[in-house]
Design a protein around this ligand. Structure first.
Ligand SMILES: NC(=O)C1=CN([C@@H]2O[C@H](COP(=O)(O)OP(=O)(O)OC[C@H]3O[C@@H](n4cnc5c(N)ncnc54)[C@H](OP(=O)(O)O)[C@@H]3O)[C@@H](O)[C@H]2O)[C@@H](O)CC1
Ligand SMILES: Nc1ncnc2c1ncn2[C@@H]1O[C@H](COP(=O)(O)OP(=O)(O)OP(=O)(O)O)[C@@H](O)[C@H]1O
Ligand SMILES: [Mg+2]
Length: 340
């Protein structure tokens, strides 16, 4: 059981995205102690020069980071000390999500505008937020966005949940429709060092336009990413693409290893769940005290996803789906961090 808990979490966090009609937020619950591991160095840098600026990006030593932050499996631990995933969603979505995996703890507490009368909204919102908040202290990380939708009442409730998470110092990974919300309400994450944004090409463009008031500049990709992260008060941004670029405003890392030429839907959602798991592991005492755990989580999540995608493509080729990639997550991590 315990062996499967870790990997189940990497996959199940993305359930919400698999049902994009099903508004939901997903949260990670994990209680596990860790052995101290050393993080290796070894990386190379690339300079991007433009007329106005020069910015360095460093290819992350993702394999060492994965080895450094992934905890060993300890047969003495019981459920509750290991990984668990909670999903908060609407009533409609709950049966579908529940049937996806016995691993998931599903809370059908969210409401959309159509199901709540105007005069009841304040009361219902308070109830929804209280339902999530009573679990908050147990969460190691919150993932907001994949499959959430853009219903205004639901997004108002999610904004309140994010404020509570921030108040409780719970890391928040924002993806998909969560980025739609945050781009229009930057205060939700501004200045929060435990916030991670994982934009795809469209989501990144919207963020750049809103925050930097200019267009995406690929000639100075690292410099622009660092400015964006800085302008949002030092949040960590994982810009997804041919190479993933990661910045907290101070440093810019790239992850270019592995990867698949197949761009099937859903890979980004698996990535956001994986980042949540790895950043929670990276935050454990003595694991990586000298490095930003949100950056480490992004590097590890990106490398694992890209490795699993490349492995899935080896056999599935043009028919590769995200479910095939999920099937390759366990073996990909095992290859880098053997259990025994
Ligand atoms: N198999 C599934 O169930 C998948 C589910 N997914 C989930 O779906 C959501 C969107 O994710 P994505 O990656 O398609 O977003 P992206 O490339 O920015 O937009 C593409 C175009 O669509 C439009 N649009 C998007 N969202 C919209 C909305 N809520 N309502 C109306 N329009 C919307 C968008 O328009 P725009 O944002 O420019 O207004 C753009 O033209 C997100 O929650 C994700 O997790 C995906 O992960 C994919 C697989
Ligand atoms: N051109 C590419 N080559 C290799 N890997 C890529 C490429 N583009 C994206 N990826 C990888 O695919 C993963 C998902 O990125 P993508 O841009 O597809 O996210 P997304 O659009 O949010 O996905 P989703 O369909 O889940 O919403 C990331 O890990 C990224 O590294
Ligand atoms: Mg996405």
């Amino acid at each position: 059981m315990l062996v499967n808990h870790g990997m189940n979490q990497l996959t199940s966090l993305s359930i919400a995205r698999s049902y994009s009609f099903a508004p939901s937020t997903a949260a990670v619950l994990r209680r596990q102690s860790f052995l101290i591991r050393a993080l290796g160095g070894g990386s190379h840098s690339k300079f991007h020069s433009t007329a106005g600026s020069t910015m360095q990006e460093t290819e992350a030593d993702a394999v060492s980071i994965l080895r450094g932050i992934t905890p060993t499996l300890d047969p003495n631990r019981h459920k509750g000390q290991a990984d668990l995933s909670h999903v908060f969603c609407t009533k409609d979505a709950a049966p579908v999500i529940k049937s996806y995996s016995p691993e998931l703890i599903v809370h059908p507490v969210l409401e959309e505008s159509y199901s709540v009368r105007e005069e009841e909204r304040k009361q219902v919102s308070a109830k929804v937020v209280a339902e999530v908040d009573k679990w908050m202290e147990r969460f190691d990380c919150l993932v907001v966005g994949p499959g959430l939708g853009r219903d205004p009442f639901l997004l108002d409730c999610v904004s309140e949940i994010m404020k509570q998470a921030r108040h409780s110092n719970v890391p928040i990974v924002v993806d998909g429709d969560g980025l739609f919300l945050v781009t229009n309400s930057l205060d939700l994450v501004h200045g929060y060092p435990l916030a991670v944004l994982t934009p795809n090409v469209n989501e990144y463009k919207r963020l750049v336009q809103k925050v930097l008031k200019c267009e995406v500049d690929d000639a100075d990709a690292p410099g622009q990413l660092a400015s964006l992260a800085k302008q949002i008060g030092g949040v960590t941004i994982l810009r997804k693409g041919r190479s993933d670029l990661i910045s907290d405003g101070d440093i810019v890392n790239s992850v270019s290893i592995y990867g698949s030429p197949r761009r099937c839907g859903g890979q980004g959602d698996i990535l956001s769940g994986s980042v949540a798991v790895f950043l929670s592991w990276a935050r454990q005492p003595l694991v990586a005290a000298d490095r930003n755990p949100t950056v480490l989580g992004c590097i590890a999540g990106s490398a694992l996803l890209r490795k699993a995608a490349s492995l899935a493509f080896e056999t599935r080729k043009r028919s590769t789906l995200t479910t095939d990639i999920i099937d390759c997550l366990g073996i990909s991590l095992e290859d880098i961090c053997p259990t025994y």
